[in-house]
Write a protein that binds this ligand. Structure first.
Ligand code: AHR
Length: 338
């Protein structure tokens, strides 16, 4: 699996890594598609604007909203881009359709965050045949052919799950605990990897027992509904591992409706670090959050400009993520951007 192989290349994190991963070159325009592409409003692409088609997963979470804003705020006309943006509403067929439409329009670059890991080879081969470089943002694809995309920029999801598991080992599972897991979208890279990372970190701790695991599709409603079912079926839940903050927030609603105290009667750990999640953490309703940085717009813009100038980029660029306990969340909240 290519994404897993790439992850084993230990790349340091963050913007610093991106800077190292970009090699500028003063000549060459090999990645530029033929002229005549149209802008999102139907007019001709203005001047030297770089046309980029971006297919977003959807609007399922606070994280996704922050990620969309970061991309739209960065790839602006003023910054030299002609951005065509589409929301796939969590459906792979919509993303494939959007990518085909970008190819037909002759955009110069395609970027997308794949809703699931598999099933992309055919459409990515079409982009390659059209000479359009593809950049994966946020989520990986599972393909044997690494030439189908130029780079994958985003967090290390296995590491995120591992950090959650290590915190649970040290802070909660010093005695036997029953864990329920709210998984992200089935088949998506973050759901697969965060599950694996948590299991890797806790597999040698006999105190950790995962008694139920189900997808809440990364949404607040999904997290709430699945948690309601967990609570009805299992009277002795000690800890919720939510693959993102939105599902943790839904779980809080379900736990409170069941007359229990989130963060105390049932502890909650999650991933993302969006403002609503950090607020619940600072209020004691969540116990620990590992951050997943959604602000990928500036790095995406740098990658495209580098390619456009004839430079090269590393095949895997890992973004930097923090982690917060309740006191750290209180300190970080006033400056939180998303
Ligand atoms: O791919 C990143 C994940 O997708 C975020 O953790 C989640 O909130 C989003 O929906």
């Amino acid at each position: 699996m290519v994404s897993k192989k790439i992850r084993t290349q230990a790349v340091a994190a963050g913007i610093a890594v991106l800077a190292l991963g970009l090699t500028a070159c003063s000549s060459g325009d090999d990645n530029t598609a033929e002229p005549g592409s149209t802008s999102s409003d139907g007019g001709a692409a203005s001047g030297d604007a770089i046309s980029v088609g971006f297919s977003q997963v959807g609007a399922e979470s606070g994280w996704r909203a922050a990620n969309t804003k970061s991309i739209q705020d960065t790839l602006t006309k003023d910054a030299g881009f002609d951005l065509k943006f589409s929301d796939a509403q969590q459906k792979q067929e919509n993303q494939i359709q959007a990518i085909r439409s970008y190819i037909a329009q002759g955009v110069q670059y395609i970027a997308f965050s794949p809703v699931v890991e598999t099933g992309w080879d055919a459409v990515l081969q079409e982009a390659k045949a059209a000479n359009i470089p593809v950049i994966l943002t946020d989520r990986a694809v599972d393909t044997a052919d690494k030439s189908l995309y130029v780079t994958f920029i985003g967090s290390d999801f296995v590491e995120e799950g591992k950090r959650i598991g290590e915190w649970v080992n040290d802070n909660v599972a010093t005695e036997p605990i029953n864990v329920v897991e709210l998984q992200g979208t089935t088949g998506s890279a973050p759901a697969i990897d965060r599950k694996q990372g948590f299991e890797d970190a806790t597999k040698d701790n006999a105190n950790v027992k995962i008694i139920a695991s189900q997808t809440g599709d990364f949404t607040r409603d999904g997290g709430k509904k699945v948690m309601e079912g967990f609570l009805q079926a299992n009277p002795d839940i000690d800890l919720v591992y939510a693959h993102n903050d939105d599902m943790a927030l839904g779980a809080i609603e379900a736990i409170e409706a069941a007359g229990k105290v989130p963060g105390k009667d049932i502890k909650i750990v999650s991933i993302d670090g969006v403002k609503d999640g950090m607020t619940a953490l600072s209020e004691g309703k969540i116990n620990y959050i590992v951050e997943c940085n959604p602000l990928l717009g500036p790095d995406l813009a740098k990658i495209i400009k580098t390619l456009h100038d004839g430079g090269t980029v590393e095949p895997r660029i890992v973004t930097q993520d923090g982690a917060f306990d309740q006191e750290q969340a209180k300190a970080a909240l006033p400056d939180r951007q998303y």
